[in-house]
Ligand binder design. Structure first.
Ligand SMILES: NC(=O)c1ccc[n+]([C@@H]2O[C@H](COP(=O)([O-])OP(=O)(O)OC[C@H]3O[C@@H](n4cnc5c(N)ncnc54)[C@H](O)[C@@H]3O)[C@@H](O)[C@H]2O)c1
Length: 343
């Protein structure tokens, strides 16, 4: 049986690794991963996985055109997940977010243009419509066809979203001109073990382990919807392999909207916290509500997230607690918090 040849750029990261794990179990895939491991995710779990599943790994910085010369040109599927992410990165190094993400997008497109690749998937974000919701009052849950808008344009936080808008337009337009299938995935808070350290859930773990009390809830009334990694990765593969849509945009996430207060208090239960909670301001520019309309993905991709946010949360908390209490994580802390923006 001919194997389906897959290239995952950014496959060493949180979502890319999960996609590779799912495909490797299915057997009829030949997987190549490209990554520069700028987030230190080249760990023993990853190395063991690569070796035991016969996966080809190319460690290179793909902001450089020359890195693409190490690839074959006949993959069936190209997952483009490489990106510089994280609110702290955007606030501290917005110029780097622009440089890295733009170079990754541009080099990928120029390489795809001259290759024989049939199916391409670009990963974007719900941040692209953060201004649409806050400024223009569009419906929540939010569907794929709302206009994309960030506000204000000069805020460093939005450098990430601006590069993702460039990516969406770039991938869709190149696909039309150079005739390949192209799916855009707008993720919405995918979470789980090994998601990195710049997210709300690992931050909560650090703070509960450090016995913060009273415990601050930043942006308590803001809402988010959390989608467990297994569901997010399966949704992505379904989009890539969907034959009903040649080129299309899908929201992949959960449509269960919860407040940050609920998330924090559930986490507090896991850590048996009985102290007081106080409400505090969150990062400037952070959107007040966010929840994707996933009915299109349900209908066309048969995407039905199956892990509840509570079950996913407990699995994730357990992983991070073990990490922080283990040898590697014992003295590591990443949470800087939004307080400094209001001094
Ligand atoms: N996790 C989410 O909830 C979420 C939400 C919205 C969008 N996304 C998008 O999905 C994609 C995957 O997200 P993730 O959470 O797995 O992030 P991640 O940071 O874990 O994965 C990204 C990977 O890209 C790699 N990378 C970065 N720069 C590179 C370079 N110059 N050359 C080669 N590799 C490079 C990183 O080393 C990392 O392994 C990203 O594009 C992200 O913007 C994720």
């Amino acid at each position: 049986m001919t194997k389906r040849k897959v290239f995952i750029l950014g496959g060493g990261g949180f979502i890319g690794f999960s996609i590779a794990k799912i495909l490797s179990v299915r057997k009829n895939y030949e997987i190549t991963i490209g990554d520069n491991f700028c987030n230190n995710q080249y760990d023993s779990t990853f190395i063991k996985f690569i070796k035991s599943n016969n996966i080809k790994l190319i460690i290179a910085d793909f902001t450089l055109k020359s890195s693409f010369e190490k690839l074959k040109n006949n993959y069936d599927d190209f997952y483009m997940l490489a990106s510089m992410i994280g609110v702290n990165n955007t606030l501290q190094n917005p110029h780097e977010v622009i440089r890295v993400n733009t170079a990754l997008i541009y080099n990928s497109l120029e390489w795809i243009k001259n290759s024989k690749i049939k199916n391409v998937l670009f990963t974007s974000t719900s941040e692209c419509y953060s201004g649409t919701i806050d400024r223009f009052n569009y419906n929540i849950p939010t569907s794929e066809d709302v206009p994309l808008c960030i506000d204000p344009i000069d805020h460093p936080r939005f450098t990430y979203a601006v590069t993702k808008m460039l990516g969406e337009s770039g991938f869709l337009n190149y696909s039309r001109v150079f005739n390949f299938n192209c799916k855009i995935i707008r993720y919405n808070n995918i979470f789980g073990p090994r998601m990195g350290f710049g997210h709300v859930i690992p931050h909560l773990v650090e703070r509960f382990l450090d016995k913060e009390s009273p415990f601050k809830i930043y942006g308590a009334k803001q809402t988010r919807s959390f989608c467990y990694i297994d569901d997010g990765a399966i949704g992505t593969i379904k989009a890539m392999e969907c034959e009903n849509a040649k080129s299309d945009i899908f929201h992949i996430g959960s449509d269960i909207e919860i407040t940050i207060e609920k998330l924090v208090k559930k986490t507090g239960e896991f850590f048996n916290y009985n102290g007081e909670y106080i409400i505090s301001k969150t990062y400037p520019g952070s959107v007040s509500r966010r929840c994707p309309d996933i009915s299109k993905a349900k209908k066309l991709l048969k995407f039905f997230p199956s892990t509840s946010w509570e079950d996913g949360l407990f699995k994730t908390l357990k992983w991070y607690k073990n990490y922080y209490l283990g040898k590697e994580g014992l003295n590591k802390r990443y949470f800087k918090g939004p307080d400094k923006f209001y001094k």
